[in-house]
Design a protein around this ligand. Structure first.
Ligand code: DX5
Ligand code: ZN
Length: 218
């Protein structure tokens, strides 16, 4: 299976959101990555439901919604209704993670769990079989354009080993600071999905950059 590329619309031009969503539609990208931040779980507020609705109206690829919010259970149904296909919650924001995962699946979505850089993958030992996507944060969540944390490679390898040991089907997604320089190292370590914001949208030719990333990642 080839690596999936998920451009993060956080780095899009919000004044030309339809244009940028259509660029992703017409590119080699696989998913639209949508970052929702509440200013509490992370020290930044990105956008909320009306913007997600506008993205969904124009998007033709799966919507990969990354919730960086406290108490995400309150909004699972809302994001399902908005058209999310994959809904990721943060491990650090869930008191009853297993219940949250079941609630996401009950709404017909794939269930994702995001881990902050300081959170060990071993904490997923008892839930990995219930998780469709683990999103490993390779920066501290809250902002685009940060530098990639090198310890991520070890986490990818450890997570891959856990998935294999438990015979799970979980995909490994990497989020933060992904570029052409680390894409291949990440997939060699076991990553299945690469999120890229700044590297795609701040480039001269985003469509070509997505194609390049997809090719490099293999
Ligand atoms: C960070 C977000 C990321 C972000 C990635 O909190 O979860 O998805 O948009 O942006 P880059 O690729 O610029 O690091
Ligand atoms: Zn994200």
């Amino acid at each position: 299976m080839s690596t999936k590329i998920a451009p993060s619309l956080l780095a899009a031009d919000f004044g030309n959101l339809q244009r940028d969503v259509e660029m992703v539609n017409n590119s080699d990208a696989d998913w639209h990555h949508i970052d929702v931040m509440d200013g509490v779980f992370v020290p930044n507020i990105s956008y909320g439901m009306p913007v997600v609705k506008a993205i969904a109206k124009h998007a033709t690829k799966p919507l990969d919604v990354h919730l960086m919010i406290v108490d995400p259970d309150r909004y699972i149904k809302t994001f399902a209704e908005l058209g999310a296909n994959i809904l990721s919650v943060h491990y650090e924001a869930c008191t009853h993670l297993h219940r949250t995962l079941q609630a996401i699946k009950a709404e017909g979505m794939k269930a994702g769990v995001a881990l902050n850089p300081h959170t060990s993958i071993q904490l997923l030992e008892d839930t990995i079989q219930d998780i469709d996507v683990v999103c490993l944060m390779s920066v501290n969540p809250g902002f685009g354009g940060q530098s990639f944390i090198e310890n991520t490679y070890d986490k990818v390898r450890a997570l891959k080993a856990l998935i294999t040991k438990k015979e799970a089907k979980t995909l490994i997604e990497i989020d933060g600071g992904v570029t052409a320089l680390n894409a291949k190292l990440l997939t060699d370590a076991g990553a299945d999905v690469l999120v890229a914001g700044s590297f795609v949208f701040k480039s001269a030719n985003p469509t070509q950059t997505i194609a390049d990333l997809k090719q490099i990642a293999g």
